[in-house]
Design a protein around this ligand. Structure first.
Ligand SMILES: NC(=O)C1=CN([C@@H]2O[C@H](COP(=O)(O)OP(=O)(O)OC[C@H]3O[C@@H](n4cnc5c(N)ncnc54)[C@H](OP(=O)(O)O)[C@@H]3O)[C@@H](O)[C@H]2O)C=CC1
Ligand SMILES: CC(C)=CCC[C@@H](C)[C@H]1CC[C@H]2C3=C(CC[C@]12C)[C@@]1(C)CC[C@H](O)C[C@@H]1CC3
Length: 511
């Protein structure tokens, strides 16, 4: 096993007692931040000033770009959102040297119940959207779980969730983008208008232009999710059931699995319902006193191992389900606040949980960064579902981190950076690994590089909010750059204004 021991007593204290800062400072601050943003949104909402202000805000973005155009242009451009505020794991060093373009656009502009769309500015979060759409009995078809994820980040990066085996990635539910390009012009694009740009924007990480609004599909929603937990203690059975559920003609609306070791895990299938049936219990998993979701899932597995019921049904309020991994940041919070799931702690302080990711990033001590570099994995690898078992075995050998998140998704054969082996769509699975590796011989760079090479070999992809250790050549091999390069060459001033994606996501430009 690798050594996770800090190098000095000070480092040891900083790492071991990070929870002290987290509960005395970060949690109260996070709570105040939530209150402030709720109040701010409420006022904007009641005054309904947002749609009227949008054009003014777009003009403000254009003005900043035009002033860069008029200058000596010896710096490139990126958004001014401070890196500590983002959900991307690392801090982008380029923010310090590039010209920062302020895009203070946090509003939902329009909910169009006739055309079933919502138009949003890029800083609208998943938490705000699910909350705004709920009273209208609407929802996004794909709601990436962490409620601080933004529309802009999910479009320019990517988003995946347990309904993605039906609807695809976040980009697949987007109908139109409005962008300000490097020449200061405003364009809109959709599959029928500026289609090349429309398909090149996802995964472009802000290197084609600045996003100022997005029109997204909405679907009817019901009050609860009826969730079935099906535990397995044999990987072959689990993976064949998982594939069967993902690929069947009329699948459950939600599907994900958590693995707790290389042989066992729980498959969860869900559907929307309006009423609580009598085949299961009501479980409001989002309440402050409720145990962390992944621990509840693990309990179902433990009970199964003890010979209890094979399949358990629960009824979960819609938003509690959507944001089920938020309160524990998947399972990352257990490393920061080890007693965070203790019933007494939950009862007394659970309402302040979780501390904001942004504040955790802002206050992350150097000793913690060192430890994360040496002995922590945060990776999502997207591979065709047929190689899922093989991938899990390799992840176990290289990382041995559990739980593992399995989330299937349909990858449509659209133009762009992601290519599939089929004329229509191909089923993929996101294998999410977050935690401390226990594998013999783990070494961050070489172990991750072996996984990256497996992923590329099987024509899969790596999510880029985390670390990539690929070389530029390997990166260009993983992602098809044909359309993207064509767009960068044809859009005026684009290459001058923005680096290419690799220039923004490689390890050397991120700390
Ligand atoms: N379930 C899921 O799918 C999850 C997804 N994620 C990942 O987290 C990231 C999203 O985090 P979030 O904090 O929302 O986004 P970030 O602020 O991290 O932005 C991600 C990228 O998008 C670019 N970007 C964001 N807004 C704009 C805009 N208006 N115009 C141009 N470029 C823009 C940023 O450019 P710049 O560098 O110039 O600021 C950056 O390169 C994504 O990469 C996503 O894949 C993370 C957890 C879960
Ligand atoms: C479901 C998908 C596709 C991804 C989930 C990713 C999350 C587990 C990570 C996204 C941002 C990450 C950060 C941390 C933990 C893992 C994530 C939540 C930290 C809180 C870990 C502790 C550090 O000090 C700060 C990190 C900020 C980002």
């Amino acid at each position: 096993m690798i050594s996770t021991q800090p190098d000095s007593l000070i480092e040891y204290l900083i790492v071991e007692y990070r929870w002290l800062i987290a509960i005395t400072i970060l949690m109260p601050l996070s709570f105040l931040w939530k209150i402030w943003s709720m109040a701010r949104n409420y006022v904007v909402f009641k005054l309904n000033t947002a749609p009227g202000n949008h054009e003014k805000k777009v003009k403000e973005v254009q003005k900043q770009i035009k002033s860069w155009l008029a200058g000596d242009r010896n710096t490139r451009l990126c958004t001014a959102r401070p890196t500590w505020q983002t959900m991307s794991f690392r801090q982008g060093l380029y923010k310090k040297t590039f010209t920062n373009i302020r895009i203070d656009m946090v509003d939902i502009l329009e909910v169009d119940t006739k055309n079933m769309t919502v138009r949003c500015e890029p800083l609208v979060t998943m938490g705000l959207l699910s909350k705004t759409l709920e009273p209208l009995d609407l929802s996004l078809p794909v709601v990436p779980e962490l409620d601080q994820l933004t529309v802009g980040g999910l479009v320019m990066g990517t988003g995946v969730e347990s309904s993605s085996h039906i609807h695809g990635l976040f980009q697949h539910i987007c109908l139109e983008y409005e962008l300000v390009l490097a020449d200061g012009s405003v364009v809109t694009c959709s599959k029928d208008n500026n289609a090349d740009l429309f398909y090149a924007v996802p995964w472009s990480y802000g290197t084609l232009g600045f996003l100022t609004s997005v029109t997204i599909k909405v679907v009817p929603a019901k009050k609860y999710i009826r969730l079935e937990y099906q535990p397995y203690t044999n990987m072959l059975d689990l993976s064949s059931k998982f594939k069967e559920e993902a690929l069947k003609q009329d699948p459950h609306r939600y599907l994900e699995a958590l693995l707790f070791d290389k042989n066992s895990g729980v498959i969860m299938t869900g559907d929307m319902v309006d009423e609580i049936g009598n085949d299961g219990m009501f479980n409001p998993i989002g309440r402050w006193y409720s145990p962390w979701f992944f621990t509840q899932v693990e309990n179902h597995l433990e009970n199964y191992k003890l010979g209890q019921k094979t399949c358990v049904v629960e009824y979960i309020p819609l938003r509690d389900y959507y944001h089920r991994h938020t309160r524990s940041l998947f399972w990352e919070l257990q490393d920061i606040i080890p007693f965070g799931n203790n019933p007494v702690f939950r009862m007394l302080f659970g309402w302040m949980m979780p501390p904001e990711v942004s504040l955790l990033k802002l206050t992350q001590p150097e000793a913690v960064t060192k430890l994360y570099n040496k002995a922590h994995v945060i990776q999502d690898m997207l591979v065709p579902v047929d190689v899922m078992e093989e991938a899990i075995q390799l992840f176990d050998k290289e990382f041995e981190v559990y739980p593992i998140w399995l989330c299937p998704f349909k990858l449509f054969n659209n133009p762009g950076q992601l290519k599939v082996n089929s004329s229509d769509w191909q089923m993929f699975v996101d294998i999410g690994v977050y935690g401390v590796p226990k594998a013999e011989g783990y070494e961050t760079v070489s172990s991750t590089r072996r996984i990256e090479s497996f992923v590329t070999h099987h024509r899969g992809f790596q999510m880029l909010y985390a670390d990539t250790f690929t070389t530029e050549k390997e990166f260009r091999n993983m992602f098809d750059h044909t359309l993207y390069d064509k767009m960068r060459s044809s859009l005026p001033h684009c290459k001058e204004a923005f680096p290419d994606v690799y220039g923004k996501v490689n390890r050397n430009v991120r700390k």
